[in-house]
Design a protein around this ligand. Structure first.
Ligand code: P6P
Length: 340
C-alpha cells in the first residue's frame, strides 16, 4: 500500500485480503473512523467551550466522569448503534454491556466492540494527550439472539481487530486486524486520515520506561528489582529515560516508535493493577504483539488470560520484547505474586 493512501482506501484494500469478507468489519472500522473525527473535534476545542471538568457523576470504577468522557462514550455508542453494525457494546463508561437491537429485535450482526472511549481523561484539563481504545470480536453465541456476557469474556487472543486513537499534537488512528499495525494521521482541514506510519514495529530493545514511581513502596518486589536493575545499568553508563504522562495510549504510542516499556503493576490502591483487561490491556496487547512487542501480567501473555468479569483489572507490562522479558524475569523470581 503506498504511503499517504487514505484510511478509507486502506480499509477497502485490506478487506480484499479477507477472502469472502462481508464488508461488515470494514463498515465497523469506518464507523470508528467517523466517531474519532467527531471526538477529536471536541477534544481539540475543549479548552474553549464549557465541556471541561467532571460531569458530576462517577463511573463503575468510582472515577469522576469528565464531561469529555461522557461525550466520547455517547459519540462512539451513537455512531455504532445508528449504523447498525454491531450486536453488542461494552464500555468503561457503561456499568454493563449493551445489547444492540434493530426494530426491538436482537440484530443479525456478528461483531461486538469493547472500548475505553476516552483514556487518560484526567489529562483533559491540563491539555495533555488523551486517547480512545477499542477491541473487536466476533460473537460466540447464536447470531440473531441477544448477546450475553460470554460474548464479552473471550480471551484477548480471539480479537478480530483492535486499535486506538491518540488525540495529541496530531490525531492518529492506529489499528490492527491481525496483519501488522498501521498508523493513520488525521488532516483536520480535510477530515481525512492518511497512512503516515505503515507497518509499525516495537524496536526489540529500548531505554524508555513508563511507570508511576510514586507507588514504588507498594510495588511487588519483582518490579522493585527491575527498577533497581535499571539504576545499576545507568550506573554502568547505559542510557535509560523515565517517561510517564499518565495517558496509556500516549505512553504506548511513544514507546512503540522509540522503544520502551510501560508498566502498571499491582499496588496498595490497585491490588489487581489499575488497567482493565477487556478494553485497555487486551487491545493494547494485540497491537503490541502485532508490532513485534510483548504484553504480560508479569507471568503470562495478556492475550491468554481468561476474563471473568467485564471490568476486571490486571497488572500490565507492555513494550519492547527485551525489556518485557527482563521485567518478567524479575517478577518470576517471586511466583507467589502471580496470584494477584
Ligand atoms: P496513575 C488513565 O487513567 C490510565 O488508565 C492510563 O491511561 C494511565 O497510564 C494510568 O491510568 C495513570 O494512572 O495511577 O499513574 O495516575
Amino acid at each position: 500500500m503506498k504511503k499517504h493512501s487514505t484510511l478509507g482506501e486502506f480499509i477497502i484494500n485490506n478487506q480484499k485480503e479477507f477472502q469472502g469478507s462481508s464488508g461488515e468489519l470494514s463498515r465497523l472500522l469506518n464507523a470508528i473512523r467517523l466517531a474519532a473525527k467527531v471526538v477529536n473535534h471536541e477534544v481539540n476545542k475543549a479548552g474553549l467551550v464549557n465541556i471541561l471538568g467532571a460531569a458530576g457523576e462517577t463511573n463503575i470504577q468510582g472515577e469522576d466522569q469528565q464531561k469529555l468522557d461522557v461525550y466520547a462514550n455517547e459519540k462512539f455508542m451513537q455512531t455504532l448503534i445508528n449504523r447498525e453494525i454491531v450486536c453488542g457494546i461494552a464500555s468503561e463508561e457503561e456499568d454493563d454491556f449493551v445489547i444492540i437491537k434493530s426494530n426491538n429485535e436482537a440484530n443479525k450482526n456478528k461483531y461486538i466492540v469493547l472500548m475505553d472511549p476516552l483514556d487518560g481523561s484526567s489529562n483533559i484539563d491540563v491539555n495533555v494527550s488523551v486517547g480512545t481504545i477499542f477491541s473487536i470480536y466476533e460473537r460466540i453465541t447464536p447470531i440473531g439472539k441477544p448477546v450475553t456476557i460470554e460474548d464479552f469474556l473471550q480471551c484477548g487472543n480471539k480479537q478480530v481487530a483492535a486499535g486506538y486513537v491518540v488525540y495529541g499534537t496530531s490525531t492518529m488512528l492506529v489499528y490492527t486486524t491481525g496483519s501488522g499495525v498501521n498508523g493513520f494521521t488525521l488532516n483536520p482541514a480535510l477530515g481525512t486520515y492518511y497512512l503516515s506510519h505503515p507497518k509499525m514495529k516495537f524496536p526489540r530493545k529500548g531505554n524508555i520506561y513508563s511507570i508511576n514511581e510514586a507507588n514504588y513502596i507498594h510495588f511487588p518486589q519483582g518490579v522493585k528489582d527491575y527498577l533497581k536493575y535499571i539504576q545499576k545499568e545507568v550506573e554502568k553508563g547505559n542510557q535509560y529515560t523515565s517517561r510517564y504522562i499518565g495517558s496509556l495510549v500516549s505512553d504506548f504510542h511513544r514507546n512503540m516508535i522509540k522503544g520502551g516499556i510501560y508498566i502498571y503493576p499491582t499496588s496498595l490502591k490497585n491490588p489487581k493493577g489499575k488497567l482493565r483487561l477487556l478494553y485497555e490491556c487486551n487491545p493494547m496487547a494485540f497491537l503490541a504483539e502485532q508490532a513485534n512487542g510483548m504484553a504480560t501480567d508479569g507471568y503470562q501473555r495478556i492475550l491468554d488470560i481468561k476474563p471473568t468479569e467485564l471490568h476486571q483489572r490486571v497488572p500490565f507490562f507492555c513494550g519492547s520484547p527485551s525489556m518485557v522479558e527482563k521485567s518478567d524475569y524479575f517478577m518470576q523470581q517471586y511466583p507467589e505474586d502471580a496470584d494477584y
